[in-house]
Design a protein around this ligand. Structure first.
Ligand code: CTP
Ligand code: MG
Length: 391
């Protein structure tokens, strides 16, 4: 552990997760592809003002914790914890290097801590020597006397505190050791300093930073992440590529991009063998994750004998549309030594454009400098890329 800064993070992760009841430590559970703990630790690892991270784990669980942290395990220091959270935090604090001036304590069970929260805490910490992230309370809070209410607590005065809880290392160590010595159980670090009359700066943060305690918390965290991923997926363009080759033979028409091109040879195939449209269809199917044209229009199926590939393209577009996607751009390259395609380029692009309303279309052609099957004029190849967006 090294770094120029002198703020370190201590992440207690040595609990058993009994209230969640998964039969294992909840911080090790996979939450939408990544462990709760790795999610909780990462913002600290990527913050340039944080010089290092100590993760406190239960003795005997080191290997499982390393596995849960994956590659990040290399970048944290693991130390064994204690029977209570308070003891575990103390174990973490005692393992910090000598140059540590500030410490940010953060529960391994809070996977949604953000950079914005860390920034706000670090700013307050440098200014006042303490920072505890908190939110306003939206429920009305009652003081209970048995089964009856003894009145409301004024809500404007209330804050629900979370982690990170950040202090000068020396002050926090003294406060926690005093609490430990005097047998005072404090539920958070701030509680230990409050006992000594030390000021604790509250930092209000808007970001959602819940602790995963129960099964319901875990389920909520999962659906929150899925919703977030869904939104990103919705905005992300999808790109697919396609490639096809057909042999040139006598006695067939040459059709490229739906345009008949005068030539003494034509492409051999079950359909009209429009190699350019075939590559384009595969690109679209690729972007929509719908397989390929071989699967969709098998050449063993008599319905597709001599088929107009532009009609097949309509079927591909219908399927992509049913999957919620539309083509916004298509780029097709035809690889042919002969015939000269330049005179037909505009017509080919126009033909595809009319099949792909709203999309930009680019058609280009190249020779292979006489090399290979295309160069020898034995066949024509085509490749395509298609970009799709949600409707
Ligand atoms: N923790 C710890 N050492 C302990 C107890 C808890 O490091 N002896 C850690 C937990 O791993 C968790 C954080 O403190 O990241 C907050 O504690 P809590 O939510 O209570 O977690 P658990 O103790 O694991 O859960 P439970 O109380 O339901 O068993
Ligand atoms: Mg606990």
């Amino acid at each position: 552990m090294s770094g120029a800064g002198r703020a370190y993070a201590v992440v207690p992760a040595a609990g058993r997760g009994e209230r969640l009841g998964a039969g294992e430590n909840k911080v090790l559970l996979d939450l939408c592809g990544e462990s709760v703990l790795r999610r909780a630790v990462r913002p600290f690892l990527t913050h340039e003002e944080i010089a290092g991270v100590v993760v406190v784990c239960r003795a005997g669980e080191e290997e499982a914790v390393r596995a849960a942290l994956r590659a990040d395990a290399e970048r944290v220091r693991l130390v064994p914890g204690g029977a209570t959270r308070q003891e575990s935090v103390l174990c973490g604090l005692r393992a910090l290097p000598k140059d540590a001036e500030f410490v940010l304590v953060h529960d391994g069970a809070r996977p949604f801590v953000t950079r914005a929260i860390l920034d706000a805490c670090l700013a307050a910490l440098k200014e006042t020597g303490s920072a505890v992230t908190c939110t306003r309370v939206s429920d009305t809070i009652k003081r209970a006397q048995g089964a009856f209410s003894a009145g409301s607590v004024p809500r404007e005065e209330l804050r629900a505190v979370q982690t990170p809880q950040c202090f000068r290392l020396g002050a926090l160590l003294r406060a926690l050791e005093a609490a430990q010595r005097e047998g005072a159980a404090v539920t958070d670090e701030a509680g230990a300093l409050e006992r000594l009359g030390e000021p604790v700066r509250l930092v209000e943060c808007a970001d959602w930073n819940p602790k995963i305690t129960t099964r319901a918390d875990f389920a909520l965290a999962e659906s929150y992440l899925r919703a977030q991923e869904g939104t990103t997926r919705e905005k992300t363009p999808r790109v697919g590529t396609g490639f096809d080759v057909h042999r040139l033979v006598p006695g067939r028409h040459l059709v490229l991009c739906g345009v008949e091109i005068p030539y003494e040879l034509g492409l051999e195939g079950h359909s009209d063998a429009d190699v350019a449209v075939h590559a384009l269809m595969d690109a679209i199917l690729g972007a929509a994750a719908l397989g390929d044209i071989g699967r969709l229009f098998p050449d063993t199926d008599e319905r597709y004998r001599g088929a107009d590939s532009m009609k097949l393209l309509q079927e591909v577009l219908r399927r992509a549309g049913a999957a919620g996607l539309r083509v916004v751009h298509a780029d097709v390259t035809i690889i042919a030594q002969r015939p000269k395609l330049l005179p037909y380029m505009a017509q080919m692009a126009e033909s595809l454009r009319s099949a792909l309303p709203g999309a930009t279309v680019n058609v280009k052609a190249t020779t292979t400098e006489g090399l290979g099957f295309a160069g020898r004029g034995e066949g024509i190849a085509a490749q395509a890329a298609a970009t799709l967006l949600p409707w």
